[in-house]
Design a binder for this molecule. Structure first.
Ligand code: BGC
Length: 265
């Protein structure tokens, strides 16, 4: 079965067919800018444009979304247009693309890929993946199993929504030095550490490419590693999820033109 992974990010919508056994892209990824405003109709069209580049090369699609996704419905929209609140995303994408579609949170997708193929491979116990980008995304794993939609980026930090202080966008907007930003990230990680006592933090998002600039400045007890799949983690994790859904007999993937036919669990 050929699977297309698509990652909807703050600045770009990116996709490629994925080898889900090896965790690799089968073709160079194709990217279009994320529409502004990022309303449902425009983003569905952007996704269709990306999928159109790989016409005839896939049977199913996995798509990431930067918010909570429950049963294919997008429940929050912190950094995207508010038209996504309670949008039947999986059904809309499936109808537009004419293929079964699975939709999941972007950090959850990146975490799934990292835990299978990257920095969290073969790690037992509780693992927290955090992505530092436009917002802060989180993915929680127990013995390799995802506990979805954790939204730790919105924990309170110094009286603020944590991602407004410690995301990579906050670093850029406030023109923070690495020292200053690392100190905020340290306080944030220390807070998450106190709540969950994980075995490992995986730090992802674009900024993880510059891990050497800030990781040495963060002194917490939990081991930390940078993500290794970088830009492709979301695409790969989305495709893996679509494949798992297919094996479950479409219980979670939404087939085209199949309104509300999803069975929970
Ligand atoms: C959203 C999360 C998302 C993260 C990264 C946050 O604002 O609430 O769902 O994973 O940004 O995109």
């Amino acid at each position: 079965m050929a699977i297309l992974g698509i990652d909807i990010g703050g600045s770009g919508v990116k996709g490629a067919p994925v080898d889900t056994v090896r965790g690799e892209l089968l073709a160079e990824r194709y990217r279009v800018p994320t529409p502004q405003p990022s309303d449902v109709t425009s983003v569905v069209e952007a996704v269709a444009e990306v999928a159109g580049q790989f016409e005839g090369q896939f049977d199913r699609v996995g798509i990431t979304f930067p918010g909570v996704v429950v049963d294919g419905v997008t429940r929050t929209a912190a950094n995207v247009d508010k038209s996504w609140l309670d949008a039947p995303a999986a059904r809309l994408f499936a109808n537009r693309l004419g293929k079964p579609v699975s939709v999941l949170n972007d950090a959850d997708a990146a975490g799934v890929a990292e835990v299978t193929f990257g920095a969290g491979r073969d790690q037992a116990g509780l693992i927290v993946m955090l992505t530092f980008g436009t917002g802060i995304g989180s993915a929680l794993f127990l013995d390799g199993t995802l506990i979805p939609n954790t939204e730790f980026g919105h924990l309170e930090l110094d009286g603020y929504d944590a991602e407004t202080r410690a995301s990579d966008r906050a670093r850029e907007i406030e023109e923070l030095s690495w020292e200053k930003w690392a100190s905020r990230v340290r306080n944030y990680l220390s807070h998450v550490e106190g709540l969950l006592s994980p075995r490992l933090f995986i730090l992802g998002g674009g900024v993880s490419k510059k891990a050497d600039r800030f990781l040495p400045l963060i002194d917490i007890r939990t081991p930390m590693v940078p993500a290794t799949l970088l830009n492709n983690a979301g695409i790969i994790g989305a495709a893996q999820t679509a494949e798992i859904d297919a094996r479950k007999g479409d219980r979670d993937g939404i087939a085209p033109h199949e309104a509300g036919a999803r069975v929970a669990g």
